[in-house]
Design a protein around this ligand. Sequence first.
Ligand SMILES: Nc1ncnc2c1ncn2[C@@H]1O[C@H](COP(=O)(O)OP(=O)(O)OP(=O)(O)O)[C@@H](O)[C@H]1O
Ligand SMILES: C[C@H](N)[C@H](N)CCCCCC(=O)O
Ligand SMILES: [Mg+2]
Length: 232
Amino acid sequence: MTMHCFVTGTDTGVGKTLVSSAMLSSFAASGLRAVGMKPVAAGLDLIDGTWRNDDVERLQAAGNVEAPLALRCPCLLRAPMAPHLAAQDEGVRIGLQPLLSAYAQLARQADAVIVEGVGGFRVPLADDFDSADLAVALGLPVVLVVGLRLGCLNHALLTAEAIRARGLVLAGWVGSAIDPRMLAFDDNLQTLRARLDAPLLGVVPHLASPEAALAARHLDLRALRSTAALAA
Ligand SMILES: Nc1ncnc2c1ncn2[C@@H]1O[C@H](COP(=O)(O)OP(=O)(O)OP(=O)(O)O)[C@@H](O)[C@H]1O
Ligand SMILES: C[C@H](N)[C@H](N)CCCCCC(=O)O
Ligand SMILES: [Mg+2]
């Protein structure tokens, strides 16, 4: 059975990479061939003479399939900003076909390709397509990461609506406690549980060391199996 999915979030900086890495770590530990893909990454840092993107590196570290960078991240952009603007600065245009082709190649080598979107669900990628169009073109079940902070109820509900409006399956959602001081934490979670109408795959508490394997302890991915079977 394949467990490929598209991970989106309520915003940028809400825990998509942490949760995607935790999913990869969990799938790899259960014996699946798991690989992370970041189709479009914006933000390169010069580390030891090499330009690196933190998301791409974290996803790679959490998976167990060796694949070339060109497949794991076909579109690496320098500036940490909206990807279509970063692309414009570099005089390039983000195209859908290279992203789909890279995904197809990864999917041939893995049981679980975890595709991390960029920012929130409707981030523009070019004049004529956005991140939601990419999810549709990939045809993957979607996992929504809700960064638990004030404002996340509205963002989560709008995102779930947008996912379903495109005919995609919201396979599950994960809460990530990005704000350790959030008021009424449990009541907010309960509100999301009651209204998202999708399986809760876990709540990652605010971790002092936000690492994949530690976050994975808070996930239960069994509910994804039924959706994966539908999508296969
Ligand atoms: N549960 C948590 N506990 C502690 N820190 C967290 C938690 N979830 C996320 N973080 C931290 O919040 C920051 C943003 O998380 P992450 O990089 O996973 O977000 P993202 O949604 O992938 O962002 P981007 O849109 O840039 O890809 C990171 O520093 C991460 O370690
Ligand atoms: C650079 C950052 N970490 C993300 N990768 C890009 C987020 C783009 C957000 C665009 C927007 O919704 O305004
Ligand atoms: Mg990320």
